[in-house]
Write a protein that binds this ligand. Structure first.
Ligand SMILES: [Zn+2]
Length: 353
C-alpha cells in the first residue's frame, strides 16, 4: 500500500465534505479508472476500499455480484464530531427572462490594480465579484467573470447526489441579493462549471494568465470556508503546474482553504483571476496535512467563456444542457450530441428539477 493517500481519494474526500449528507454516487467503471484499473476484481476493490478507509470514507462496492462495470457504487463520509452545519438552499424559483444579449467588454488584466491601488483595495474588488453558490445538495464559492452575469465555479459544487451536474443553483451576490442561476457548461474532469445569472453590470474579475505564474508568487483566495462568506486567505504558488491527477496541470498553493472555498477565485496581487479552488490534499485521518491546495487554471476555461459570450448568455440559458457531460446542445434533441446520454427530462430554462 502506498505511503501517501492517492490524489484521487483526497479529491473525492474533499468533494464529500462539500455535501451536507457527505455522499456520492458514481459508476464502478469511473471509480476503477480513477485508480487505473479496467476490471473489477476482489484485489482491486480491496485496495481501493483501503485507500478510502484511510481518508475516512466508506465505500459501498460489492464484489460478490456479477462484475458489471455500469452499476453504481456509493461513497459515504464517516460522520465525525464537529462536521459543519448543513447549508440548506431554499427551493429555486424559475429564473425570469434576462435582458437582450448585448455583452459589455470584459475587465482587462491589471484593471483592478490600476492607479496604484493597494492590495487591500484590489482584494476588496475581488470580494465584490465573489459569490456563494447553493444547490439542494450543498454549496461552495464562485466568481463573476463577465459583468453580464457569467459565474465560474466548480462542477462538484453544482453536482447532485447522483453525480450529475444540476441545471440550477442559487447564487448569493456581494450586495446581499440572490439570483437563480442556470448552469450552461460544466466539465467533469476539469471540475469547472459556468453559470448564468439574470443580472447585468455585476462586479467581475479579469481573467489573468495562469500560464505565466511562477513558484513563490503571492496569491489570494476568496471564498466561503464553512459558510463564512468573503473570507480571504493568502499563500504562494507552491507549483504553477502540478500534474497529480488525470493529466490536469493544477496550480498548487499553500493558501488555507476549507471545502466551502471550492469554486472560489485564486487571484494575483493585481487581482487577476488565475484559477478556481478545486480541492485540497488533506492526508490521512485523523492527521491532516495543511497547505496543499489545488486550483484549476483559468487557461482551461478561457475558451469556454469566449464561446458562451459569442453565443449570448441569455440564449445559452434557454438551450438544453446535458447534466451528464455538461455540454450545451445546439438544439433540442433526445440524445446528447456530445456524449450520447438520453435526456430523461426536459431541461430548458425554467424547468423545475
Ligand atoms: Zn452529454
Amino acid at each position: 500500500m502506498d505511503a501517501y493517500l492517492q490524489p484521487a481519494v483526497a479529491k473525492i474526500a474533499d468533494e464529500l465534505r462539500c455535501r451536507p449528507k457527505g455522499t456520492k454516487r458514481m459508476s464502478a467503471r469511473r471509480l476503477l479508472r480513477l485508480f487505473g484499473y479496467e476490471r473489477r476484481s476482489h484485489e482491486n476493490v480491496r485496495e481501493i476500499r483501503g485507500q478510502f478507509q484511510r481518508a475516512g470514507i466508506h465505500l459501498e462496492f460489492d464484489v460478490g455480484r456479477p462484475p458489471t462495470l455500469d452499476e453504481p457504487v456509493f461513497l459515504h463520509l464517516d460522520p465525525s464530531p464537529g462536521a459543519s452545519e448543513a447549508q440548506v438552499a431554499p427551493s429555486l424559483a424559475a429564473p425570469p427572462l434576462p435582458a437582450p444579449p448585448e455583452l459589455p467588454a470584459l475587465p482587462r488584466p491589471g484593471e483592478l490594480s490600476g492607479h496604484g491601488r493597494r492590495v487591500v483595495d484590489v482584494i476588496a474588488a475581488v470580494a465584490r465579484a465573489t459569490v456563494q453558490v447553493f444547490t439542494e445538495e450543498g454549496g461552495g464559492s464562485g466568481v463573476v467573470v463577465d459583468p453580464d452575469g457569467l459565474v465560474l465555479t466548480c462542477r462538484h459544487v453544482v453536482e447532485g447526489e447522483d453525480g450529475l451536474s444540476e441545471r440550477t443553483a442559487r447564487v448569493d451576490l456581494w450586495d446581499g441579493t440572490h439570483e437563480a442561476a442556470t448552469v450552461v457548461r460544466s466539465h467533469r474532469a476539469l471540475d469547472f462549471a459556468l453559470l448564468v445569472v439574470p443580472r447585468r453590470g455585476l462586479p467581475a474579475v479579469p481573467m489573468g494568465d495562469s500560464l505565466g505564474l511562477r513558484a513563490a508568487e503571492s496569491v489570494y483566495v476568496v471564498g466561503s470556508p464553512a459558510g463564512l462568506a468573503n473570507s480571504v486567505s493568502r499563500g504562494i504558488v507552491s507549483a504553477p503546474r502540478r500534474t497529480c491527477l488525470t493529466n490536469i496541470e493544477y496550480i498548487q498553493t499553500d493558501a488555507a482553504i476549507q471545502p466551502g472555498n471550492s469554486g472560489g477565485p485564486v487571484v494575483t496581487e493585481s487581482g487577476d483571476l488565475v484559477g478556481i479552488i478545486t480541492w485540497a490534499y488533506r492526508g490521512e485521518e485523523p492527521a491532516r496535512t495543511p497547505g496543499i491546495s489545488f486550483a484549476v487554471p483559468v487557461d482551461y476555461v478561457a475558451d469556454e467563456v469566449a464561446a458562451l459570450r459569442r453565443l449570448g448568455l441569455a440564449g445559452a440559458r434557454r438551450r438544453p444542457y446535458c447534466r451528464h457531460c455538461g455540454w450545451l446542445q445546439s438544439e433540442e434533441r433526445r440524445y446528447c450530441e456530445n456524449c450520447g446520454a438520453m435526456f430523461v427530462e426536459k431541461i430548458l430554462e425554467g424547468s423545475a428539477r
